[in-house]
Ligand binder design. Structure first.
Ligand SMILES: Nc1ncnc2c1ncn2[C@@H]1O[C@H](COP(=O)(O)OP(=O)(O)O)[C@@H](O)[C@H]1O
Ligand SMILES: O=P([O-])([O-])O[C@@H]1[C@@H](O)[C@H](O)[C@@H](O)[C@H](O)[C@@H]1O
Length: 366
């Protein structure tokens, strides 16, 4: 496992030279998350069907807050987010940005249009075309706090994590986990997201000092798994099929969890954060990937929320305020029952349809 620090940043004599990402003793487990929040506009059939807070930093923050270990006296999970937005940022009061506010810039907030085909909800791979319509400033090395961190997550979405910024992260953090989308995205004149080969980028030389590189199956060919696995551990996520880990000398498949996919946005980000949380608890990488798969599945399956949004008009004053409970079987009761039953039925069906579900991780050597 590569340690990220430079020789001149070397640890004290006698300090454990293994990965320091463990909840058992060791230094404070403070993390550094680098990547900008953004605006996501979701489009289906030419119609805007949703506008949401996006950016891997938002998904990662939510999962780390939910799942990373912390000392009893700590209120918030110990990690810092370095993110940039413009004055038009629409989600300052959403949980993640409210807890860890972004830096404000003169340029507008990064925005993506995500175009989904109708097959997206059920198909094997999320059928999503992304277009960056606005880009905020890059994150510079000087934007990072000047102190050491147990771990770093490089999770840019629009090229904002510059090579020199990743290098600075590597110097500051004991172990750095990188989302390939931060390194290999290229944008054409229209902002359409494409990919370049990692080996042709200035990030390539940093790979031996990265602990884990996560790529989706679509990104994997650009990463060059066979070359990259000799330099760091590569994790390839594969939607409803779970993920595979590749290291120098072995590989493992880690089984997925069943999910009724509603919106694939944020699955990869949530995977990476769940995986990091698993490492923080002291799990092996293969076991931590289970946690990654769990949070990836949770991210895509907003089935119940969608049903509630569709079936129930939100009341201005929720019944839970203690005085207005009623016990009538309302007109939506049967409809709601049918919709939830259908969602519940789909879950085991999806699991059975995929015979690879439910098995443990198969590890094999190469
Ligand atoms: N339909 C699904 N059912 C169950 N798990 C899923 C599904 N889609 C994604 N996941 C989980 O989320 C992870 C990341 O999803 P993936 O689609 O590969 O990434 P990305 O969002 O980067 O394209 C997967 O490895 C898997 O664990
Ligand atoms: O869906 P996913 O691949 O995990 O990650 C997504 C990015 O690819 C996308 O650019 C961004 O706009 C989304 O908010 C989300 O962060």
């Amino acid at each position: 496992m590569p340690l990220a620090a430079e020789p001149d940043d070397a640890h004290e004599e006698g300090e454990d030279q293994q990965l320091l990402l463990t909840a058992k003793g060791g230094p404070a487990l403070e993390g550094l998350v680098v990547g900008s929040y953004c605006h996501d506009v979701l489009i289906r059939g030419g119609r805007i069907v949703g506008e949401t807070l996006g950016g891997a930093a938002a998904f990662v923050s939510n999962v780390l807050d939910a799942a990373s270990p912390r000392e009893e006296e700590q209120g918030e999970a110990p990690f810092v987010v370095v993110s940039k937005v413009g004055r038009d940022f629409a989600y300052a009061s959403a949980p993640a940005p409210a807890r860890r506010p972004p830096l404000l810039c003169a340029s507008p907030t990064t925005s993506f249009h995500a175009q989904f085909s109708d097959a997206a909800a059920s198909a094997h791979a999320p059928d999503r075309e992304l277009r960056r319509v606005r880009a905020c400033d890059p994150i510079y090395p000087a934007d990072l706090p000047d102190r050491r961190f147990a771990y770093g997550l490089a999770v840019g979405v629009a090229g904002e994590v510059l090579p020199e910024t990743l290098e600075r992260m590597i110097r500051l953090c004991h172990a750095v986990l990188v989302d390939a989308q931060a390194l290999i995205r290229a944008f054409d004149g229209d902002g359409a997201v494409g990919h370049v080969a990692l080996e042709d980028t200035p990030y390539a030389r940093l790979l031996p000092r990265v602990a884990f590189l996560k790529a989706s199956s679509e990104e994997a060919p650009y990463v060059g798994v066979e070359t990259a696995r000799r330099q760091c551990c590569v994790i390839v996520t594969d939607g409803r099929d779970g993920c595979r880990l590749y290291w120098d000398g072995g590989e493992a498949r880690v089984a997925p969890f069943p999910a009724v996919q509603v919106d694939p946005t944020g699955a990869g980000d949530s995977f990476l954060a769940g995986f990091a949380a698993g490492l923080l608890w002291g799990l092996s990488a293969t076991d931590a990937a289970l946690l990654g798969n769990f949070f990836g599945a949770a991210a895509v399956s907003q089935a119940v929320k969608e049903i509630l949004e569709e079936k129930i008009a939100k009341r201005s004053s929720p019944c839970i305020n203690g005085t207005t409970f009623t016990f009538d079987r309302s007109s939506v009761h049967d409809e709601l029952h049918a919709a939830l039953q259908e969602a519940a039925r789909l879950m085991p069906e999806q699991q059975q349809a995929d015979p690879t579900n439910g098995n443990g991780g198969d590890i094999c050597s190469v």
